[in-house]
Design a protein around this ligand. Structure first.
Ligand SMILES: Nc1ncnc2c1ncn2[C@@H]1O[C@H](COP(=O)(O)OP(=O)(O)O)[C@@H](O)[C@H]1O
Ligand SMILES: [Mg+2]
Length: 602
């Protein structure tokens, strides 16, 4: 319930619409009562055989009292006129009722859809703040399913709460009052049978919650496979893995199918059971009431028929009320999964009164840094290193030795497990995140581009970028010529993840993007490793221009590119194995760097 009331807090900003909708639903309920009650005088006109049906006003019951006045009025002009008045009144009542119903639904939708939009927005903003760790530990499909299915599922709970939970009891009350005014004895029977019906419905509904939870998780798994198959289209074909994946997908689909069927069974059962129980109740009432008319003659036939109409009208609100519980349960199940994401702790906290570091002047210090992704699995062990301004530092070592992790720590994608990293003497945890990210530029092995124009991929959110500046950085990044050769130049859309470009072209776009930001510290993480010789030369040339007048940390696969580094750090198993300049390392006996170097050049 706590979860559910949290969802309702999103409704607050739509309280105006909500209020209108609630008012309209009250009007709607009253009009429904009037519409149905009008059938009694209608029946009376049809049954009557004398000219005037006016009855002496004797009843003490308020509703019957006013009804009798009303009847006296319509029957004053004779039977034919009475029929016409009643028909017109019925048409008007139903018309007003349905118009109110329409606007009431419209305003409720404004609330529901608005909440859906707001929750989805909150989710998206949260996703962009989550630690990178989250994405490696959760399946992407899970997140996608939460942002689509679950966000949509909460809206059913909103109308259930504010519409059905209000309108249905009101309708039931109105119908009951009308029924009591006709026969309290028969109403009593209805009152005994109907709550029992509702109880059965609620029981069925309570099992829905668990099932819908399982269903959502399964849906997430399926979306994960689909997204991976889209991203991995080439690999799947290259390795002939279609059969394997089809089998996997079929298994997941079958499981979802059975879960859904179970779920459907529960929810579909609710309806026939309600209807059957209502009919049983109705028949019991007819039986009782029939005897009342036939034997004791205490009720007019038209009143008895009117009573039956009203009692059967009760089915609709009771049925709706029965499903309210299901809908609220399902909505809370979804809400739970949404809040699970929204409440996920933000690992990398932006310090509230953080330092705004606008320039890098002295050094980056890495002091006794240890890091682990998972508890007790150290990835980096007791690192100590000082990187001075304008230096070129190279990180080498076997794959899996922790080079990328080290770079991620400097950009504060992760926080160190122990020790500290300082920029110009400030612990990076006390520096504003966006000022760290502004200082540091990163070019990775795999460039992620978005399905947008070349221009937007390079500018990527920067403001006030002049066309000259854009062309200038593209020229430095050796990207200008190929961009000009594309169909729409800077406005060419590059396809999802930039797949319409070659690896080298993507890399040069990425370099242009970094150049445009003019970061003082540069991290190149195997930026040329996935390229062929030809494009590697062009990209390396662009990188060299990028590195000019900057402090650079270069992770390189090919040792020839880092021979001139001020310091080469050799990482192995998360530890600094040895460090020094190329010459120092080559001349200090048998070491891992010399081995790696000789392997590449002999
Ligand atoms: N997100 C992650 N979660 C858990 N372990 C990881 C994660 N990323 C990398 N690792 C592990 O950390 C170690 C270092 O990885 P990485 O820094 O990428 O190495 P390198 O860049 O030197 O090849 C590897 O053993 C790798 O399996
Ligand atoms: Mg790496």
């Amino acid at each position: 319930m706590k979860i559910y009331s949290r969802i309702l807090r999103y409704v607050v900003s739509y309280k105006k619409y909500l209020l209108v909708s609630i008012l309209l639903s009250i009007v709607f309920s009253v009009l429904s009562g009037i519409s149905i009650y009008l059938t009694i005088p209608l029946l009376k006109t049809l049954f009557l055989n004398n000219g005037s049906g006016s009855v002496p006003v004797t009843d003490e019951n308020f509703i019957r009292h006013s009804m009798q006045y009303f009847e006296t009025f319509i029957f004053s002009g004779g039977k034919g006129k009475a029929l016409m008045i009643i028909c017109v009144l019925i048409i008007v009542a139903y018309m007003l009722k349905n118009i109110t119903g329409f606007y009431q639904a419209l305003f409720m939708q404004k609330v529901e859809k608005g909440v859906v939009r707001d929750v989805r927005l909150a989710m998206y903003e949260k996703v962009n703040m989550l630690s990178l760790r989250y994405f490696t530990s959760e399946r992407s499909g899970n997140l996608i399913s939460r942002m689509t299915n679950d966000v949509n599922a909460i809206q059913a709970g909103i109308s259930a709460t504010f519409l059905n939970l209000l309108r249905e009891p009101l309708l039931i009350m109105i119908y009951l009052v009308l029924a009591i005014s006709l026969s309290w004895k028969m109403t009593l029977i209805a009152l005994i049978v109907f709550p029992f019906t509702v109880l059965v419905i609620v029981k069925i509904g309570s099992s829905l919650r668990r099932r819908s939870m399982k269903m959502q998780i399964k849906t997430g798994d399926i979306i994960s496979i689909i997204t991976e198959s889209i991203y991995g289209a080439k690999v799947i074909r290259a390795f002939n893995a279609q059969k394997f994946l089809h089998k996997l997908f079929r298994k997941e689909s079958d499981e979802l199918y059975f879960l859904t069927l179970q779920n459907v069974k529960a929810s579909e059962l609710a309806q026939p059971i309600t209807e059957f129980l209502t009919i049983v109740a109705g028949v019991m009432i007819i039986w009782f009431g029939g005897r009342e008319i036939l034997i004791s003659n205490t009720m007019q036939p038209e009143e008895f028929l009117g009573f039956l109409f009203i009692i059967f009208q009760l089915v609709v609100p009771i049925k709706n009320l029965g499903s309210v519980n299901n809908r609220i349960q399902e909505a809370s199940a979804s809400a739970e999964r949404l809040f699970d994401v929204l409440d996920h702790p933000i690992e990398i906290r932006d310090p509230e009164t953080g330092i705004n570091l606008n320039s890098f002047n002295e050094s980056i210090e890495i002091e006794n840094v240890n890091f682990e992704y998972e508890k007790n699995k150290p990835v980096l062990v007791n690192l100590n290193l000082t990187i001075k301004k304008s230096e070129l530092i190279a990180l080498v070592g076997p794959s899996g030795s922790g080079k990328s992790t080290f770079a991620d720590l400097i950009a504060r994608f992760y926080d160190v497990t122990s020790g500290q990293i300082k920029i110009d003497g400030n612990n990076i945890r006390s520096i504003k995140l966006d000022s760290i990210r502004k200082l540091i530029g990163i070019v990775q092995q795999e460039t992620i581009l978005f399905n947008d124009t070349i221009r937007n991929n390079i500018i990527f959110g920067l403001e006030d970028v002049t066309e000259e500046r854009l062309h200038e950085v593209c020229k430095s990044a050796n990207a200008y010529d190929f961009i000009m050769e594309t169909a729409n130049k800077f406005d060419t859309i590059i396809g999802e993840r930039g797949l319409k470009l070659s690896g080298g072209q993507r890399q040069r776009i990425s370099i242009a993007r970094t150049l445009l930001r003019n970061p003082q510290i540069l991290i190149l993480d195997e930026a040329t490793s996935s390229l062929d010789n030809e494009s590697e030369k062009i990209v390396q040339d662009a990188l060299n221009k990028l590195m000019q007048n900057r402090t650079s940390i270069v992770i390189a696969h090919r040792l020839s590119t880092i021979k001139d580094a001020d310091k080469i750090i050799v990482l192995d198993n998360g530890k600094i194995e040895i460090s020094g300049t190329h010459d120092q390392l080559m001349n200090s006996g048998d070491n891992i760097y010399r081995k790696l170097y000789n392997m590449q050049f002999k």
